[in-house]
Ligand binder design. Structure first.
Ligand code: G6P
Length: 369
């Protein structure tokens, strides 16, 4: 291995393991004097945050899944209507512009052509307020935006995004809380509780990373599979989508994600012993629903791989494998639960012998249409 890789075999593995550092640096950059402050998104942020009536998120790839996750936070914490759209779709669609809407672009590279063009399209339609959440300083998208927040993931080399994604989620969570505060919806005790949650997240992420040996054993069961299904509900549905994307882009195993409640509207027809079903099942309000969806899979001979957390009270049984992530981290749970699916994709790809850091046909930054 090169010096740069240290003890790791690939940049993707290294970047997965850098997440505690990337996350804590990003939190550090967003919290000032023990409080959420609008200024950290730009000098005009407080003003803009008070004027907007909704949010439109535009992004591509993994960054789009960060946006889908953020919709849950923005609506439940900041009570602000949010839509999330794939940049390459939005830019060619005849949409209804709203000048009181904040356009949020999310991009690791800050150079994705479709995201850049979608932003320009929104601006041409009369959207005056924009916020770029990017990882690469001074890239094209932040340069064209009114407000900017740079994630502190550091250079990301693996084509499949990992640490950029979790730091985007941190930025979007903090944005949700900051908007809530600016809109007078954040009680001081709640602000303190969110700060505590953020401070504790890094150590939970580290504990999740320590599950790697168990996840490697699971991956061995994916080596001879051609298809996989990822299930989640609520805020964990976008995490299931990100898990499916990771698996397909680096291991070339066909994977798709479904909100578990939709199982019986189609994908259940595909379930058999040759299609592993990965379930993101933390102990949240939807856990009982997810459990009954799992029964539907089990009854059809499907093999379940369940990422639960310590309080989910799952027991492994015939055809049901369970790995427990650390104690439930509340509203930040999607950030924790993406770690095991990243590791699963990585180890499945190793078994398949693919070029993990540079999967065929894909590029790190897509600057063409
Ligand atoms: C490419 C990369 C993905 C990334 C997507 C969006 O497809 O391979 O990892 O999520 O572009 O890139 P961006 O830089 O805009 O986040």
């Amino acid at each position: 291995a090169s010096l740069e890789l240290g003890p790791y075999s690939h940049f993707m593995q290294k970047e997965i393991h850098e997440q505690p550092r990337a996350i804590s640096d990003t939190i550090e950059a967003l919290i000032d004097d023990g409080a959420f402050r609008s200024e950290l998104f730009g000098t005009a942020a407080a003003d803009i945050f008070r004027q907007i009536d909704s949010v439109l998120i535009l992004a591509a790839g993994t960054s789009y899944y960060a946006g889908l996750t953020a919709k849950y936070w923005l609506e439940s914490i900041a009570r602000i209507p949010t839509s999330v759209e794939i940049a390459s779709e939005y830019r060619y669609r005849d949409s209804v512009p709203n000048p009181k809407q904040l356009v949020v672009t999310i991009s690791q590279s800050g150079e994705t052509l479709d995201t850049m063009e979608a932003l320009k399209h929104a601006q041409k339609l009369g959207h005056g307020y924009s916020l770029a959440i990017c990882n690469v300083q001074e890239s094209a998208i932040p340069r064209a935006s009114t407000l900017i927040f740079y994630t502190r993931a550091g250079a990301e080399i693996g084509v499949a995004s990992t640490k950029a994604f979790t730091t985007q989620l941190i930025a979007l969570f903090v944005l949700s809380v900051t908007l809530a505060k600016e809109r007078g919806l954040l009680a001081p005790a709640q602000e303190q509780a969110y700060l505590t949650d953020l401070r504790q997240l890094t150590s939970s992420v580290q504990i999740a990373l320590n599950l790697e040996p168990q996840i490697r054993e699971w991956a061995a069961r994916f080596g001879d599979k051609e298809h996989a299904l990822f299930l989640g509900r609520g805020v964990h549905f976008p995490i299931a989508m990100e898990g499916a994307l990771k698996l397909k882009e680096i291991s070339y195993i066909h994977a798709e994600a479904y909100p578990a409640g939709e199982l019986k509207h189609g994908p259940l027809a595909l379930v058999d012993s040759n299609m592993p079903v990965v379930v993101i099942a933390p102990n949240d309000a939807l856990l009982e629903k997810v459990k009954s969806n799992m029964q539907e899979v089990k009854a059809r001979g499907g093999e379940l791989f369940v990422f639960a957390d310590a309080d989910s009270h799952f027991n492994a049984s015939e055809g049901v494998h369970v790995i427990r992530t650390p104690r439930h981290v509340g509203v930040l749970s999607p950030i924790l639960h993406v770690i095991p699916v990243q590791l699963l994709a990585y180890h499945a790809a190793l078994l398949k012998g693919t070029d993990v850091d540079k999967p065929r046909n894909l590029a790190k930054s897509v600057t063409v249409e």
